[in-house]
Design a protein around this ligand. Structure first.
Ligand code: MN
Length: 367
């Protein structure tokens, strides 16, 4: 992995240089993980022409030392705690003070910082006269394009998610509660990874809520059951949804199920490098409107997935993002009709130069 971190850190220092800063300051713990392999909070300082430095709280020091690609680790800790860590003195009493001291030591006059608080800006200006520019969007944009290492981990997370989905669907039966199905999912996922998010199991009247926490409700004949599941494996997430009908779907419900699948397939077929994300969303909406369901499609079509389950790009009617080769996105149209129920199908797709590759292998038509 070290060459991966080296490559990513080099890119960050280049981006900082473009902003005429002497260093980037990364404060998102997910971005720090992406750049160093260390998952706790703190800050990563990436100077343009010096080695990177990790700033962590005392409680995270050992984890940082054991997992981070970056060797130079400074610790901030309250003054009344032991003031030596590994025989090294504690660097400063709190985060802002530590960052201020470090930027001075590294002779940084202009820092490109992720989500800088007004308080931090003030402290830096007062202490060292450091000018601050925003760096919030840079690493998330890098993360939107997945490299080979990331693709392997994402596919692993998808396979774990599919095994959990299979268990959930096998469990579906009249009289079984949403909670029991959710528990089955959680167990299956924890045997191989962790949860990317708490599973959604929404049955009957609950299925009209796109977001829902599993309840004591027991399944009945004629229920739609929306199951939205995601595992996280080695930091990388998956996200998939299937809708199952308890019984044999007919009439309007069968139409909903078919319409959502058609919309999903059309949208996936329209994906290609260079396509505006809003246009893919529009393809799904147009398809649903042919069947009269578009007014019940109450959310965006999808989102990027990686270290976060929701990340760049966004696929919705107002998205300004353009799909690019190496992006991994979900395609998840849904129709939610009060009094009838909800239907959603979600798969993960890799954007390629020629079109797309569906990464999820799980059968779609299970009703
Ligand atoms: Mn999703």
């Amino acid at each position: 992995m070290s060459y991966v971190y080296e490559r990513r850190l080099k890119k960050v220092s280049e981006e900082a240089a473009k902003k005429e800063a002497e260093a980037a300051v990364i404060t998102s713990s997910t971005n720090i993980f992406y750049l160093t392999g260390y998952e706790g909070g703190g800050a990563l300082i990436v100077p343009v022409d010096k080695d990177p430095v990790l700033l962590v709280s005392r409680l995270e020091y050992n984890r940082a030392k054991d997992t981070s690609y970056v060797d130079d680790i400074r610790v901030f800790a309250y003054p009344n705690t032991p003031l030596k860590v590994d025989e090294k003195p504690v660097y400063a009493e709190n985060f802002n003070e530590a960052l201020s001291k470090l930027l001075k030591e590294l002779e940084v006059k202009k820092a490109a910082i992720e989500t800088p608080s007004e308080k931090l800006k003030e402290i830096l200006k007062k202490n060292n006269g450091v000018e601050v520019v925003d760096f919030t969007e840079v690493v998330p944009s890098m993360r939107a394009l997945k490299d080979e290492v990331e693709m392997e981990l994402i596919v692993k997370a998808i396979r774990v998610t599919e095994r959990a989905m299979k268990k959930a669907i096998e469990k579906i039966d009249i009289g079984v509660s949403e909670r029991e199905i959710a528990a089955e999912i959680v167990r299956a996922i924890y045997l191989e990874g962790e949860l990317a998010f708490p599973p959604i199991v929404a049955s009957g009247e609950n299925s009209v809520y796109p977001h829902f926490s599993p309840s004591d409700r027991k399944l009945h004949e004629g229920d739609l059951v929306v199951i939205d599941v995601g595992a996280r494996v080695n930091g990388y997430c998956a996200d998939m949804t299937r809708t199952v009908f308890v019984g044999k779907p007919r009439g309007k419900i069968k139409e909903m199920l078919d319409a959502v699948l058609e919309a999903q397939i059309k949208a996936i077929e329209s994906i290609v490098d260079g396509k505006p994300a809003s246009e893919v969303d529009d393809v799904a909406r147009k398809q649903l409107s042919k069947r009269g369901f578009v007014k019940f499609f109450v959310h965006g079509l999808g989102h990027g997935v990686g270290l976060n389950v929701h990340e760049k790009p966004t696929l919705n009617p107002v998205s300004k993002d353009t799909l690019k080769e190496k992006m991994v996105v979900t395609v998840e149209p849904g129709v939610y009709i009060p009094g009838l129920g909800g239907v959603r199908t979600e798969d993960m797709v890799l954007v390629t130069s020629k079109g797309s590759k569906v990464l999820t292998r799980f059968e779609r038509e299970i009703f």
